[in-house]
Design a protein around this ligand. Structure first.
Ligand code: ADP
Ligand code: ADP
Length: 217
């Protein structure tokens, strides 16, 4: 579970994130929505353990975020594939870091994402949707403690976006990985997020936290 208490981030004495207090349950998807510049990416970078420049308390399963101590998957808006690596090597990137090059290629995941025939291609030879599948394969292969997604589907056309949201749900249901999804699509937040955090414009504060009624049981 993720616990954030009294988080403040400043750049040049200007508050970027102001007094963020949040709890995210283990194995849930939390969607964060808010205007451009409100600090969503900053929040993700803190959770990823790559931005330590903050005040307040941030814990992932009781520990400070650290890419060395936790396995953290990251899916950025532009898929984050390395153009000089083939699909199979892009998929293996995170696993090879985690297991020091002793990993099997995750064929079941590759099968379920329909990537078998694309393994020897380079990212530029793939459609946007296909690149997104590679990015998802790379992240889910990690069996991460935490999955961070920064506008993951925003570069896709509307039809592919809806298709990829369902692909994500399918993968997520198999692993139940705790996920923080940053999106500016309200429909996407409602479709994927059990909890929806609405942020204000700069300085980014939590305006409202909504327990998504579409997930009520
Ligand atoms: P969002 O993801 O919600 O669009 P960001 O987290 O990218 O917001 O940025 C929040 C604010 O912080 C923006 O006003 C941005 O210009 C500013 N910002 C981000 N990174 C830096 C930095 N390294 N130095 C100074 N200002 C920054
Ligand atoms: P989408 O409808 O998902 O956007 P595209 O029209 O981009 O798909 O691509 C359709 C097909 O063409 C895909 O199967 C993809 O593998 C192939 N393709 C796209 N771009 C290239 C390329 N630069 N080189 C080789 N094949 C490509």
């Amino acid at each position: 579970m993720i616990q954030i208490d009294n988080l403040f981030v400043k750049y040049d004495n200007l508050n970027i994130l102001e007094d963020i207090n949040l709890q995210m349950a283990e194995g849930s998807v939390c969607a964060v929505i808010g205007p451009s510049g409100c600090g969503k990416s900053t929040l993700l970078n803190i959770l990823a353990g790559i931005n330590h420049d903050y005040e307040g308390k941030v814990f992932i399963n009781g520990m400070k975020p650290s890419p060395k101590k936790q396995t953290i998957g990251f899916i950025p808006q532009n898929y984050g594939l390395l153009p000089w690596l083939k699909v199979k090597d892009n998929i293996m990137l995170g696993l090879n870091i985690k297991h020091k090059n002793n990993s099997q290629i995750p064929m079941d995941l590759i099968d379920s994402l329909g990537l078998n025939k694309l393994l020897n291609r380079y990212p530029k030879e793939l459609s946007g949707g296909q690149q997104q599948r590679v990015s998802l394969a790379r992240a889910f292969a990690l069996k991460a403690d935490l999955l961070l997604m920064d506008e993951p589907f925003s570069a896709l056309d509307a039809i592919t976006r809806e298709e990829m949201q369902d692909v994500f749900i399918n993968l997520w249901q198999q692993q139940n990985v705790t996920t923080v999804l940053v999106t500016h699509y309200v429909e996407e937040a409602l479709y994927l997020g059990q909890k929806i955090v609405v942020m204000t414009a700069t300085p980014g504060k939590v305006y409202k936290i909504i327990d998504n009624p579409l997930f009520a049981d």
